[in-house]
Ligand binder design. Structure first.
Ligand SMILES: Cc1cc2nc3c(=O)[nH]c(=O)nc-3n(C[C@H](O)[C@H](O)[C@H](O)COP(=O)(O)OP(=O)(O)OC[C@H]3O[C@@H](n4cnc5c(N)ncnc54)[C@H](O)[C@@H]3O)c2cc1C
Length: 318
Protein backbone atom coordinates (compact mmCIF):
# COMPACT_ATOMS: atom_id res chain seq x y z
CA UNK A 1 0.00 0.00 0.00
CA UNK A 2 1.28 3.43 -0.94
CA UNK A 3 1.39 6.43 1.32
CA UNK A 4 -0.70 9.26 -0.21
CA UNK A 5 1.12 12.48 -1.09
CA UNK A 6 1.65 14.39 2.13
CA UNK A 7 3.74 17.44 3.02
CA UNK A 8 6.13 16.71 5.88
CA UNK A 9 7.16 19.51 8.24
CA UNK A 10 10.06 19.00 10.62
CA UNK A 11 10.12 21.69 13.31
CA UNK A 12 12.94 21.68 15.85
CA UNK A 13 11.12 23.39 18.72
CA UNK A 14 7.75 22.82 20.32
CA UNK A 15 6.75 26.45 19.74
CA UNK A 16 7.44 26.01 16.03
CA UNK A 17 5.36 22.80 15.93
CA UNK A 18 2.42 24.47 17.69
CA UNK A 19 2.58 27.48 15.38
CA UNK A 20 2.71 25.24 12.33
CA UNK A 21 -0.32 23.30 13.50
CA UNK A 22 -2.21 26.55 14.02
CA UNK A 23 -1.29 27.78 10.53
CA UNK A 24 -1.95 24.50 8.70
CA UNK A 25 -5.26 23.85 10.47
CA UNK A 26 -7.35 20.67 10.76
CA UNK A 27 -5.85 18.92 7.69
CA UNK A 28 -2.59 18.48 9.60
CA UNK A 29 -1.59 15.79 12.10
CA UNK A 30 1.32 15.37 14.50
CA UNK A 31 3.67 12.51 13.67
CA UNK A 32 5.95 10.83 16.21
CA UNK A 33 7.46 7.40 15.42
CA UNK A 34 4.82 6.89 12.73
CA UNK A 35 4.32 3.20 13.54
CA UNK A 36 0.58 3.67 14.07
CA UNK A 37 -0.24 6.73 11.97
CA UNK A 38 1.69 5.95 8.77
CA UNK A 39 0.14 2.48 8.48
CA UNK A 40 -3.33 4.00 8.91
CA UNK A 41 -2.64 6.66 6.26
CA UNK A 42 -1.59 3.90 3.86
CA UNK A 43 -4.77 1.93 4.56
CA UNK A 44 -6.96 5.02 4.19
CA UNK A 45 -8.05 4.64 7.82
CA UNK A 46 -6.66 8.12 8.60
CA UNK A 47 -6.43 11.26 6.48
CA UNK A 48 -3.87 14.07 6.55
CA UNK A 49 -2.54 16.45 3.94
CA UNK A 50 0.23 17.76 6.19
CA UNK A 51 2.27 15.96 8.83
CA UNK A 52 4.14 17.80 11.56
CA UNK A 53 6.95 15.60 12.82
CA UNK A 54 7.76 15.83 16.54
CA UNK A 55 10.92 13.74 16.16
CA UNK A 56 13.43 16.62 15.98
CA UNK A 57 12.25 18.40 19.13
CA UNK A 58 14.86 17.59 21.82
CA UNK A 59 12.71 18.59 24.82
CA UNK A 60 10.17 15.88 23.97
CA UNK A 61 12.85 13.20 24.22
CA UNK A 62 14.05 14.07 27.71
CA UNK A 63 13.55 12.08 30.88
CA UNK A 64 13.92 14.15 34.06
CA UNK A 65 13.29 12.26 37.27
CA UNK A 66 9.65 11.17 37.21
CA UNK A 67 8.82 13.20 34.09
CA UNK A 68 9.08 11.41 30.76
CA UNK A 69 8.99 13.40 27.52
CA UNK A 70 6.23 12.32 25.16
CA UNK A 71 8.79 11.69 22.40
CA UNK A 72 10.83 9.15 24.39
CA UNK A 73 10.74 5.87 22.50
CA UNK A 74 9.71 2.68 24.24
CA UNK A 75 13.14 1.14 23.88
CA UNK A 76 14.82 4.10 25.64
CA UNK A 77 12.17 4.00 28.33
CA UNK A 78 13.10 0.42 29.10
CA UNK A 79 16.71 1.51 29.61
CA UNK A 80 15.78 3.82 32.50
CA UNK A 81 17.49 2.70 35.68
CA UNK A 82 15.04 1.76 38.43
CA UNK A 83 11.99 1.76 36.11
CA UNK A 84 11.53 -1.97 36.57
CA UNK A 85 11.94 -1.77 40.34
CA UNK A 86 9.75 1.26 40.97
CA UNK A 87 7.19 1.10 38.15
CA UNK A 88 7.21 -2.52 37.08
CA UNK A 89 3.76 -2.39 35.47
CA UNK A 90 5.07 0.24 33.05
CA UNK A 91 8.28 -1.59 32.22
CA UNK A 92 6.38 -4.86 31.70
CA UNK A 93 3.80 -3.14 29.47
CA UNK A 94 6.39 -1.25 27.39
CA UNK A 95 8.42 -4.45 26.95
CA UNK A 96 5.51 -6.26 25.29
CA UNK A 97 4.37 -3.54 22.88
CA UNK A 98 4.61 -5.04 19.38
CA UNK A 99 8.15 -6.27 18.55
CA UNK A 100 11.65 -4.73 18.87
CA UNK A 101 11.47 -2.59 15.70
CA UNK A 102 8.23 -0.91 16.72
CA UNK A 103 9.48 -0.36 20.29
CA UNK A 104 12.62 1.24 18.89
CA UNK A 105 10.64 3.65 16.71
CA UNK A 106 7.38 4.10 18.65
CA UNK A 107 7.13 6.75 21.37
CA UNK A 108 5.35 6.75 24.70
CA UNK A 109 3.00 9.62 23.71
CA UNK A 110 2.30 7.89 20.39
CA UNK A 111 1.51 4.71 22.27
CA UNK A 112 -0.99 6.53 24.48
CA UNK A 113 -2.47 8.54 21.58
CA UNK A 114 -2.79 5.65 19.13
CA UNK A 115 -6.16 5.31 17.47
CA UNK A 116 -8.71 2.64 18.32
CA UNK A 117 -8.91 -0.55 16.27
CA UNK A 118 -11.75 -2.62 14.81
CA UNK A 119 -11.96 -5.26 12.07
CA UNK A 120 -14.64 -3.21 10.31
CA UNK A 121 -12.70 0.06 10.38
CA UNK A 122 -9.01 -0.73 10.53
CA UNK A 123 -8.68 -2.49 7.19
CA UNK A 124 -7.71 -1.40 3.69
CA UNK A 125 -9.89 1.21 1.99
CA UNK A 126 -10.88 -1.41 -0.61
CA UNK A 127 -12.10 -3.91 1.96
CA UNK A 128 -13.91 -1.23 3.96
CA UNK A 129 -15.79 -0.17 0.82
CA UNK A 130 -16.74 -3.74 -0.11
CA UNK A 131 -19.45 -3.66 2.57
CA UNK A 132 -21.59 -0.92 4.13
CA UNK A 133 -19.32 1.68 5.72
CA UNK A 134 -18.93 1.48 9.48
CA UNK A 135 -19.69 4.48 11.67
CA UNK A 136 -16.04 5.45 12.00
CA UNK A 137 -15.61 5.42 8.21
CA UNK A 138 -18.66 7.69 7.82
CA UNK A 139 -21.44 5.06 7.72
CA UNK A 140 -24.75 4.98 9.57
CA UNK A 141 -24.10 2.39 12.28
CA UNK A 142 -21.43 0.45 14.11
CA UNK A 143 -20.99 -2.84 12.24
CA UNK A 144 -19.60 -4.59 15.32
CA UNK A 145 -22.78 -3.78 17.26
CA UNK A 146 -25.40 -3.55 14.50
CA UNK A 147 -27.95 -0.82 15.04
CA UNK A 148 -25.68 1.16 17.38
CA UNK A 149 -25.02 4.82 16.66
CA UNK A 150 -22.00 4.64 19.00
CA UNK A 151 -18.65 3.41 17.68
CA UNK A 152 -17.27 0.43 19.66
CA UNK A 153 -13.74 0.35 18.18
CA UNK A 154 -11.35 -0.97 20.84
CA UNK A 155 -8.50 0.91 22.45
CA UNK A 156 -5.50 -1.46 22.49
CA UNK A 157 -2.56 0.52 23.86
CA UNK A 158 -0.50 -1.41 26.42
CA UNK A 159 1.17 1.34 28.41
CA UNK A 160 -2.09 3.19 29.16
CA UNK A 161 -3.33 0.38 31.42
CA UNK A 162 -0.06 0.42 33.38
CA UNK A 163 0.12 4.21 33.64
CA UNK A 164 -3.52 4.39 34.79
CA UNK A 165 -2.91 1.85 37.54
CA UNK A 166 0.23 3.73 38.58
CA UNK A 167 -1.65 7.04 38.81
CA UNK A 168 0.25 8.94 36.09
CA UNK A 169 -0.66 12.39 34.83
CA UNK A 170 0.00 14.00 31.46
CA UNK A 171 0.93 17.51 30.37
CA UNK A 172 -0.75 18.83 27.25
CA UNK A 173 0.56 21.94 25.49
CA UNK A 174 -1.17 24.14 22.94
CA UNK A 175 -0.41 27.50 21.37
CA UNK A 176 -0.35 29.93 24.28
CA UNK A 177 -0.84 27.52 27.18
CA UNK A 178 -0.76 24.14 28.80
CA UNK A 179 -2.84 21.89 31.05
CA UNK A 180 -2.07 18.93 33.27
CA UNK A 181 -4.59 16.16 33.69
CA UNK A 182 -5.00 12.72 35.15
CA UNK A 183 -4.25 10.20 32.41
CA UNK A 184 -7.83 8.84 32.58
CA UNK A 185 -9.06 12.25 31.33
CA UNK A 186 -7.04 11.93 28.13
CA UNK A 187 -9.53 9.33 26.88
CA UNK A 188 -13.06 10.14 25.73
CA UNK A 189 -14.58 6.64 25.63
CA UNK A 190 -15.82 7.15 22.05
CA UNK A 191 -14.33 4.67 19.59
CA UNK A 192 -14.49 7.13 16.69
CA UNK A 193 -12.69 9.97 18.56
CA UNK A 194 -10.91 8.27 21.44
CA UNK A 195 -8.88 11.21 22.78
CA UNK A 196 -9.95 14.38 24.55
CA UNK A 197 -7.14 16.33 22.80
CA UNK A 198 -8.24 19.40 20.86
CA UNK A 199 -6.68 19.99 17.41
CA UNK A 200 -3.23 21.51 17.84
CA UNK A 201 -2.59 20.00 21.29
CA UNK A 202 0.59 18.02 21.95
CA UNK A 203 1.11 15.55 24.76
CA UNK A 204 4.49 16.74 25.95
CA UNK A 205 5.05 14.91 29.25
CA UNK A 206 3.99 11.83 31.18
CA UNK A 207 4.38 12.44 34.91
CA UNK A 208 4.78 9.48 37.25
CA UNK A 209 3.88 9.77 40.93
CA UNK A 210 6.52 9.65 43.66
CA UNK A 211 7.23 5.93 44.15
CA UNK A 212 6.47 4.48 47.60
CA UNK A 213 8.92 1.92 48.86
CA UNK A 214 6.37 -0.87 49.17
CA UNK A 215 4.68 -0.23 45.86
CA UNK A 216 4.09 -3.38 43.83
CA UNK A 217 2.74 -3.49 40.33
CA UNK A 218 2.65 -5.64 37.23
CA UNK A 219 1.10 -6.04 33.78
CA UNK A 220 -0.31 -9.09 32.01
CA UNK A 221 -1.30 -9.27 28.36
CA UNK A 222 -3.34 -11.70 26.30
CA UNK A 223 -2.47 -11.64 22.59
CA UNK A 224 -2.63 -14.09 19.73
CA UNK A 225 1.04 -14.02 18.68
CA UNK A 226 3.48 -13.82 21.57
CA UNK A 227 6.21 -12.10 19.52
CA UNK A 228 4.23 -9.16 18.14
CA UNK A 229 0.59 -8.37 18.71
CA UNK A 230 -1.88 -5.95 20.22
CA UNK A 231 -3.52 -6.82 23.53
CA UNK A 232 -6.87 -8.56 23.12
CA UNK A 233 -7.00 -7.97 26.86
CA UNK A 234 -4.45 -6.30 29.13
CA UNK A 235 -4.50 -5.95 32.92
CA UNK A 236 -2.23 -3.84 35.12
CA UNK A 237 -2.37 -3.96 38.91
CA UNK A 238 -0.83 -1.63 41.44
CA UNK A 239 -1.00 -2.51 45.13
CA UNK A 240 -0.91 0.85 46.88
CA UNK A 241 0.16 0.60 50.53
CA UNK A 242 -2.09 1.99 53.31
CA UNK A 243 -1.87 5.72 54.04
CA UNK A 244 -3.89 8.20 56.12
CA UNK A 245 -6.51 8.69 53.35
CA UNK A 246 -6.89 4.98 52.58
CA UNK A 247 -5.93 3.06 55.75
CA UNK A 248 -6.50 -0.29 54.05
CA UNK A 249 -4.53 0.60 50.96
CA UNK A 250 -5.83 0.19 47.42
CA UNK A 251 -5.70 -2.19 44.51
CA UNK A 252 -5.62 0.00 41.39
CA UNK A 253 -6.51 -1.84 38.21
CA UNK A 254 -5.88 -0.67 34.63
CA UNK A 255 -7.62 -2.51 31.80
CA UNK A 256 -7.00 -2.26 28.08
CA UNK A 257 -8.23 -3.92 24.89
CA UNK A 258 -11.71 -4.40 26.28
CA UNK A 259 -13.48 -1.14 25.52
CA UNK A 260 -13.04 2.09 23.55
CA UNK A 261 -10.92 3.48 26.35
CA UNK A 262 -8.48 2.08 28.89
CA UNK A 263 -10.36 1.67 32.16
CA UNK A 264 -9.35 2.33 35.78
CA UNK A 265 -10.91 0.46 38.71
CA UNK A 266 -10.18 1.08 42.38
CA UNK A 267 -10.67 -1.68 44.93
CA UNK A 268 -9.91 -1.76 48.63
CA UNK A 269 -6.44 -3.04 49.53
CA UNK A 270 -7.91 -6.18 51.08
CA UNK A 271 -9.86 -7.26 47.97
CA UNK A 272 -9.57 -11.00 47.40
CA UNK A 273 -8.56 -12.45 44.01
CA UNK A 274 -12.21 -13.54 43.51
CA UNK A 275 -13.53 -10.06 44.31
CA UNK A 276 -11.03 -8.59 41.88
CA UNK A 277 -12.00 -11.05 39.13
CA UNK A 278 -15.67 -10.20 39.71
CA UNK A 279 -14.98 -6.44 39.46
CA UNK A 280 -13.06 -6.97 36.21
CA UNK A 281 -15.88 -9.15 34.87
CA UNK A 282 -18.41 -6.38 35.60
CA UNK A 283 -16.25 -3.63 34.05
CA UNK A 284 -15.04 -5.46 30.93
CA UNK A 285 -17.62 -5.38 28.14
CA UNK A 286 -15.70 -6.28 24.97
CA UNK A 287 -17.51 -6.83 21.68
CA UNK A 288 -16.41 -9.07 18.80
CA UNK A 289 -14.38 -6.54 16.83
CA UNK A 290 -10.63 -7.20 17.14
CA UNK A 291 -9.98 -10.90 16.86
CA UNK A 292 -10.47 -13.50 19.55
CA UNK A 293 -13.94 -14.01 20.99
CA UNK A 294 -15.23 -11.22 23.22
CA UNK A 295 -16.30 -13.80 25.82
CA UNK A 296 -12.84 -15.29 25.91
CA UNK A 297 -11.13 -11.89 26.14
CA UNK A 298 -13.28 -11.07 29.16
CA UNK A 299 -12.50 -14.43 30.74
CA UNK A 300 -8.77 -13.93 30.16
CA UNK A 301 -8.89 -10.45 31.74
CA UNK A 302 -10.48 -11.88 34.90
CA UNK A 303 -8.01 -14.76 35.02
CA UNK A 304 -4.95 -12.56 34.47
CA UNK A 305 -6.13 -10.13 37.17
CA UNK A 306 -6.65 -12.96 39.66
CA UNK A 307 -3.26 -14.55 38.92
CA UNK A 308 -1.40 -11.26 39.04
CA UNK A 309 -2.92 -10.29 42.38
CA UNK A 310 -1.94 -13.63 43.90
CA UNK A 311 1.56 -13.30 42.48
CA UNK A 312 2.07 -9.76 43.80
CA UNK A 313 0.70 -10.69 47.23
CA UNK A 314 2.95 -13.78 47.43
CA UNK A 315 5.91 -11.64 46.50
CA UNK A 316 5.01 -9.17 49.25
CA UNK A 317 4.86 -12.01 51.77
CA UNK A 318 8.35 -13.30 50.87
C1 LIG B 1 2.93 -4.45 13.79
C2 LIG B 1 2.51 -3.52 14.88
C3 LIG B 1 2.22 -4.04 16.12
C4 LIG B 1 1.82 -3.19 17.15
N1 LIG B 1 1.58 -3.73 18.39
C5 LIG B 1 1.25 -2.94 19.42
C6 LIG B 1 1.06 -3.49 20.71
O1 LIG B 1 1.22 -4.67 20.94
N2 LIG B 1 0.71 -2.64 21.71
C7 LIG B 1 0.54 -1.30 21.53
O2 LIG B 1 0.24 -0.58 22.49
N3 LIG B 1 0.71 -0.75 20.31
C8 LIG B 1 1.07 -1.52 19.25
N4 LIG B 1 1.27 -0.97 18.00
C9 LIG B 1 0.87 0.44 17.78
C10 LIG B 1 1.99 1.50 17.75
O3 LIG B 1 2.96 1.19 16.88
C11 LIG B 1 2.59 1.78 19.10
O4 LIG B 1 1.53 2.05 19.96
C12 LIG B 1 3.57 2.97 19.11
O5 LIG B 1 4.02 3.19 20.43
C13 LIG B 1 2.97 4.26 18.57
O6 LIG B 1 3.93 5.30 18.75
P1 LIG B 1 4.41 6.22 17.53
O7 LIG B 1 5.38 7.16 18.11
O8 LIG B 1 4.90 5.39 16.39
O9 LIG B 1 3.05 6.94 17.16
P2 LIG B 1 2.60 7.61 15.77
O10 LIG B 1 2.20 6.56 14.82
O11 LIG B 1 3.59 8.61 15.30
O12 LIG B 1 1.32 8.41 16.29
C14 LIG B 1 0.18 7.74 16.76
C15 LIG B 1 -0.92 8.79 17.04
O13 LIG B 1 -0.55 9.57 18.17
C16 LIG B 1 -0.49 10.95 17.82
N5 LIG B 1 0.65 11.51 18.56
C17 LIG B 1 1.91 11.01 18.59
N6 LIG B 1 2.65 11.73 19.45
C18 LIG B 1 1.85 12.68 19.96
C19 LIG B 1 2.04 13.72 20.92
N7 LIG B 1 3.23 13.91 21.53
N8 LIG B 1 1.00 14.52 21.20
C20 LIG B 1 -0.20 14.34 20.61
N9 LIG B 1 -0.45 13.36 19.71
C21 LIG B 1 0.57 12.55 19.40
C22 LIG B 1 -0.32 10.99 16.31
O14 LIG B 1 -0.86 12.18 15.76
C23 LIG B 1 -1.13 9.76 15.90
O15 LIG B 1 -2.50 10.09 15.82
C24 LIG B 1 1.69 -1.79 16.94
C25 LIG B 1 1.98 -1.29 15.67
C26 LIG B 1 2.39 -2.13 14.67
C27 LIG B 1 2.73 -1.53 13.33
Amino acid sequence: MKLPTINLHQPTTLAEALNLSNTLGPGSRFLAGGTDLLARLKRGAAKAAELISLVHIPELRQIRGLTIGGGVNLYSLLEVTDLHRQFRALSQAAAVVAGPQVRNQGTLAGNLCQDTRCLFFDCSDGLARARPLCLKRGGEECLAVPGSKKCFAAYQGDTAAALLALGAEVKIEHLGGSRRLALADLFSGYGDRPLSLAPGEVLTQIILPQPQSEIRSGYRKYRLRGGIDFPLAGVALNLVPPCSETPQGEVRVGLTGLSSRPQLLNLGGKASPDELAEAVHRAARPVDNVGGQARHRRYMACQMARDLLEELRNEAAD
